[in-house]
Design a protein around this ligand. Structure first.
Ligand code: AMP
Ligand code: MG
Length: 522
């Protein structure tokens, strides 16, 4: 393998001097050197050709023994120094102290075509940050991360990427339902790729420890490498930096709302400083449009991280980041102004995104009301989000408003028989108003449909699809995994041979573990 390795990170940030994987509180250091764990019988299941190309890897590289060995954690590329990062975080609203890369190990950084990438293994054994856990990952959660991160990328949502998925050949003990019934599962390792894996929590930890020196070091490092147009070391530079993080975070969450993605664990340790979707755990995709839905069973009671609350939580998390950066800025008003901008931008950006989903590109003062009513209607009975918005583009300026008015979106309703009486009336009114509103659009029907179809995906990684791929892979059959991987490369395109994946969730998946309910066990 001929990679253009760039090992700047290790030389620029303070490292933890203890070169062992032993668990501990790590002080005044941004990372610790660690060695990935050797595994019983590594095998490569899948690799992303597109991402490999971006990194300067060839197809032959992906099939090589060296690739398998390095990306399953069984050997270290000569001249590189793998490390795990120190970070803290607010989990479910509470400060949790030091967390850190408990099972993620950064291997090295690669420079290709003027882009810099960090390559990281997830599930390659313990680090000083593993606390009480084993540093490992199971096949089930690794497939979910691997498939979803690439699917999100192709949907145009900012995200970390996934290069490869390997089996370790080891067994890993997990209690999926946290009910005292642990079972052995296949161990796996995913190689994740991103310009950087730095999180809000990387700043919070040093602020919480009143270690202003290290806080400044990591902030300056982040600005120098990832926001090079800003000035490090000055109050103005830090404020600009915070503003950009704020904007990027909001943009990312607006994308989540657009495609119906629910992250599930928006703790501040899972918030990328670059505004990338990171840490695919108990995430889920909306089937029925439901603002109160969360896939994460750990969050079942308060639903803090429900679909309809993600933008608010983004703001809450940014408040924590503002607190963390405060020692470098010492100006409450300026920080609050930026957070206030988030609030203002949020309504405008959200409205504009939702309008574009329903094909409204001109402005009209009643648009917010029309959209509010749509969101209410979608929740009157169970209505498939993906199918509804995708099929809405077939409505034309002269579509009938007689009894057939629902026909274009009929397949989105889980129980069409429930759409009657009052509910049917509400829909009829909405479609009448929508059609009237369409008359004010300057572009024609086909052009509008084309634009809508670049925003409303036809194919997403429905929760039960991931589970089907997992069930097959567990038996050694990776064909479905590959089928979904290929399908989700073109989520906005019609793919006639894949029509069966443009369908409502089957009934068997409604309450099945892994489909509608996910724990953090991974
Ligand atoms: P999460 O909310 O899943 O992103 O994880 C929260 C924290 O727990 C992070 O610091 C993770 O690195 C750590 N963690 C999660 N699972 C494991 C594991 N199996 N072994 C070690 N650390 C883990
Ligand atoms: Mg995490």
């Amino acid at each position: 393998m001929n990679l253009n390795i760039k090992d700047t990170f290790n030389t620029e940030l303070p490292a933890d001097p203890v070169h062992e994987n032993t668990r501990r509180q790590v002080m005044q250091a941004c990372f610790s050197f660690v060695t990935p764990k050797t595994t019983a019988k590594p095998s490569m299941i899948h690799a992303s050709n597109e991402l490999a190309q971006d990194l300067g890897l060839t197809e032959d590289d992906l099939k090589s023994e060296e690739f398998k060995s390095i990306f399953s954690g069984n050997s270290v590329l000569p001249g590189t120094n793998p490390y795990a990062m120190c970070y803290g975080g607010h989990q479910f609203g509470n400060w949790a102290g030091q967390l850190g890369d408990g099972r993620a190990i950064n291997l090295f950084e690669v420079n290709h075509n003027n882009k810099q990438w960090a390559l990281q293994l997830k599930g390659a054994g313990e680090t000083p940050y593993s606390r009480t856990a084993d540093g490992l990952a199971v096949l089930r959660s690794s497939i979910r991360e691997y498939l979803c991160s690439e699917a999100m990328y192709h949907l145009g949502v900012p995200t970390t990427r996934a290069l490869s998925l390997a089996l370790t050949g080891d067994q890993v003990l997990r209690d999926v339902l946290y009910n005292g019934n642990p079972e052995y599962e296949k161990g796996a390792v995913v190689c994740r790729v991103a310009p950087s894996f730095i999180r809000f929590g990387n700043f919070e930890i040093f602020s919480a420890r009143q270690d202003k020196k290290t806080l400044k070091t990591i902030t300056d490092y982040t600005i120098r490498h990832f926001f090079p147009h800003l000035k490090e070391g000055t109050k103005e530079g830090y404020l600009h930096f915070f503003r950009e993080v704020t904007n990027n975070t909001l943009d990312m969450i607006i994308h989540w709302q657009r495609v119906g993605f629910v992250h599930g664990v928006m703790n501040t340790d899972n918030m990328s400083i670059l505004g990338l979707t990171i840490d695919y755990g108990p995430y889920g995709w909306l089937e029925g449009y439901e603002e109160g839905w969360t896939p994460n069973t750990t969050d079942r009671q308060y639903k803090r991280y429900r679909y309809g609350n993600q933008i608010n939580i983004g703001l809450w998390n940014l408040y924590q980041l503002a607190n963390a950066l405060f020692p470098l800025i010492e100006d409450v008003k300026e920080l609050e102004d930026i957070l206030m901008e988030y609030r203002n931008n949020y309504s405008t950006k959200y409205l504009s995104m939702m309008k574009s989903k329903i094909g409204l590109f001109n402005s009209d003062e009643d648009d917010a009301e029309l959209l509010g009513r749509l969101e209410d209607n979608l929740q009157l009975t169970e209505t498939d989000m993906t199918i509804f918005f995708r099929n809405l583009s077939s409505i034309t300026k002269d579509s009938p408003t007689n009894e057939d008015f629902l026909a274009p979106v009929m397949h989105a309703f889980y129980t069409l028989e429930e759409v009657k009486g009052d509910i049917l009336e509400k829909w009829k009114q909405w479609f009448t108003d929508y059609k009237n509103r369409l008359q004010k659009e300057s572009i024609g029907d086909s052009q509008r449909a084309e634009k809508m179809n670049t925003l409303n995906p036809k194919y997403v990684l429905r929760n039960y699809m991931a589970q089907l791929a997992i069930d097959a892979a567990d038996k050694g059959d990776y064909s479905l995994l590959d089928e979904f991987f290929q399908l989700l490369k073109n989520p906005y395109h019609e793919q006639p041979s894949a029509e069966k994946w443009f369908a409502k969730r089957p009934e068997w998946a409604r309450h099945k573990v892994g489909c509608s309910m996910l724990s953090c066990s991974s």
